[in-house]
Design a protein around this ligand. Structure first.
Ligand code: FAD
Length: 271
């Protein structure tokens, strides 16, 4: 985008209900907005406000942009009221995006929690687009209960791709759930991942990121092999307002996906 302060009016083409608390907006911006997986947008609803969200769609399909949003408060409640034909503003992309070139030739462990699978879906699409470049893509996903599992109709398609495996778990079972019950960290115990040739990438609530990081370190990952999506409160998106820094890093500009080795010494990493 030429002017990063100017939101582009984008039409809501569709609203997909993913779970009782999560919806995906399918948006049609007036022009293509090129982005890299992991970069984020600032989404505005006129008269309500603006907040950061990471596209959940593919960087290789710029015809529409999908953004998957958990109902959390003021703005996101308004997002959940949107209907096809409504308009939102989009500005961005901001942030660095995942270091895809570093991931080449590696085994990639992708660990999501709740709506955290949304930003990771853009990463998965980018990995799948050049799937032959990666040795293995192992996806571990946890949600509060079975009805809170996002993108449920895609898991079997992902798991059928070469060298891709998918496993999910829920904190509490309900209905006719016969899958795993337990925290996502339990899926990290026996992954069979080659620790000498891998990266782990995680996105989810801060408390989950903390325990995923501790578990990854515990099973033998080095801090430099771990990337965390630091979804803190952000405002400007450009490293100006100073609301999102950890040590010398502005998460909006230097992240939001941060290598744990860079930030581990700062006391406020996990909030
Ligand atoms: C880079 C980035 C990417 C993000 N991507 C997504 C995404 O793809 N999908 C998605 O659903 N959400 C995403 N978020 C979180 C999203 O921005 C917040 O949920 C949103 O700002 C809440 O706005 P609100 O007005 O509805 O809530 P508010 O009324 O402002 O707050 C409601 C509650 O949510 C908490 N909250 C507000 N902002 C955040 C935040 N950034 N992180 C954690 N808690 C927060 C508040 O402290 C409060 O408890 C992302 C955040 C960042 C920084």
């Amino acid at each position: 985008m030429e002017n990063l302060y100017q939101p582009l009016q984008s039409k809501v083409l569709d609203v997909i209900t993913e779970t009782p608390t999560i919806k995906t907006l399918v948006l049609k911006p007036p022009q293509e907005i090129p982005f890299k997986a992991g970069q984020f947008m600032q989404l505005t609803i006129a008269g309500i406000g603006e907040a950061p969200f990471t596209p959940s769609s593919s960087q290789y399909d710029l015809n529409t942009m999908e953004i998957t949003i958990l109902k959390a408060g003021h703005l996101t409640e308004a997002v959940h009221e949107l209907k096809p034909g409504d308009w939102v503003g989009l500005r961005g992309p901001f942030g660095k995006g995942y270091p895809m070139e570093k991931f080449e030739g590696k085994e990639i462990l992708v660990v999501g929690g709740g709506v955290g699978l949304a930003p990771l879906r853009a990463l998965l699409y980018a990995l799948f687009h050049n799937i032959e470049k990666y040795k293995r893509i192992s996806i571990k996903y946890g949600a509060r209960n079975p009805s809170e599992l996002s993108f449920r109709n895609q898991y079997h398609k992902w798991a059928k791709l070469p060298n891709v495996d998918f496993e999910c778990t829920v904190d509490r079972a309900n209905g006719n759930w016969d899958g795993k019950v337990g925290l996502v960290t339990e899926l990290l115990e026996n992954t069979g991942i080659d620790l000498t040739n891998s990266f782990a990438v995680s996105c989810g609530p801060e408390i989950m990121l903390k325990f995923v990081t501790l578990k990854l370190l515990n099973v033998g990952f080095q801090p430099g092999q771990i990337y965390l999506s630091m979804n803190r409160k952000m405002s400007c998106g450009m490293g100006i307002c100073g609301r999102c820094n950890i040590g010398p890093y502005y998460l909006c500009k230097d992240g939001p996906d941060m290598n744990y080795a860079k930030i581990q010494q700062y006391p406020d990493v996990f909030g």
